[in-house]
Design a binder for this molecule. Structure first.
Ligand code: PAF
Length: 284
């Protein structure tokens, strides 16, 4: 595995691969890697001749008072894990590489509508920050495939939309949520949970699963399912932001004829903001 810290190094390696006719699969990350990230890398190695992972904690996707300053940086450990998992190239730029003009007046990529709902209501700058940095990374890495986890399902749709609208010839691949044995979706932010909260956290997935079962049998009861999900989270010590049933394809509010639905939730537990989702197919 080779590691590069600047765009010139990234271009050098990628251009060489392009000359050789190799295909490239890319996994962007903010580091602090867990099994979810490694499942993306495993699929990336199946899809393409060469694999690139980036590690960059992107300041502009964090709101004021969020955890940008304290976001765990574990480059040495991540790097060893990636080398053990057959990665070809690690790109670990600093802020100046990706934001040469500074972050305040930087050009932004914004996906309308999708960026303002669900998580976007509570994190107004977040998805524009994600779309902007992912666009920069994709332009410079020039992959054939880029892989993202479905835990951040709204992020995946925002990126798919940005890539399609900006006419980038890249296939965006969504990969299933990877869970702990007790069902908690793997996330770097789970490290913020204390022991009591960690035991409580899998309830999110249990509530999503029972809501999914009810939705399958009673798709006309969406408002009650959403209200009860919120209430169950509150009574169990979470501070929920939303518990919503949406269309899987575009996260719009479902109409009676929609059969491909998702239930998505975001809730605080102590100082951890947890998100999760499940898909539901309604029988036609
Ligand atoms: O999902 C993440 O880790 C980040 O949002 C991403 C896609 C690497 C952009 O910074």
């Amino acid at each position: 595995m080779e590691t590069v810290f600047d765009l010139a190094g990234l271009h050098r390696v990628v251009n060489q691969w392009k000359r050789e006719g190799a295909s490239i699969a890319f996994v962007p990350t903010m580091g602090n890697l867990h099994k979810g990230h490694f499942s993306l890398l495993e699929r990336a190695t199946e899809l393409a001749d060469k694999t690139v992972v980036s590690i960059f904690v992107n300041p502009i996707q964090f709101g004021k008072g969020e955890d940008y300053e304290s976001y765990p940086s574990t480059l040495e450990k991540d790097s060893a894990g990636l080398a053990d998992n057959n990665l070809d190239l690690l790109f670990a730029p600093d802020l100046k590489q990706l934001y040469p003009g500074g972050v305040d007046t930087d050009t932004r990529v914004f996906v309308p509508e999708l960026s303002n709902i669900l998580c976007g209501r509570f994190r107004p700058e977040h998805f524009s920050g994600v779309a902007t940095v992912v666009t920069k990374l994709l332009i410079n890495t020039q992959p054939d495939f880029a892989l993202f986890g479905e835990k951040d399902f709204q992020q995946l749709l925002v990126i798919k939309r940005a890539v399609s609208d900006l006419c980038m010839p890249i296939e965006i691949v969504g990969m299933p949520v990877i869970r702990e044995e007790d069902g908690l979706a793997m996330s770097s932010r789970n490290a913020y949970l204390n022991m009591t909260e960690r035991k409580q956290a899998p309830l999110i997935y249990q509530l999503l699963q029972s809501a999914a079962q009810r939705l399958r049998h009673s798709p006309d009861q969406i408002p009650a399912i959403e209200a009860e999900g919120m209430k169950a989270l509150e009574t169990n010590g979470f501070r929920p932001e939303y518990f919503s049933v949406r269309r899987t394809d575009d996260l719009a509010e479902p109409k009676a004829q929609d059969l491909r639905l998702s239930i998505l939730t975001a809730a605080w537990l102590g100082s951890a903001r947890l998100i999760d989702n499940v898909k539901v197919l309604i029988d036609s």
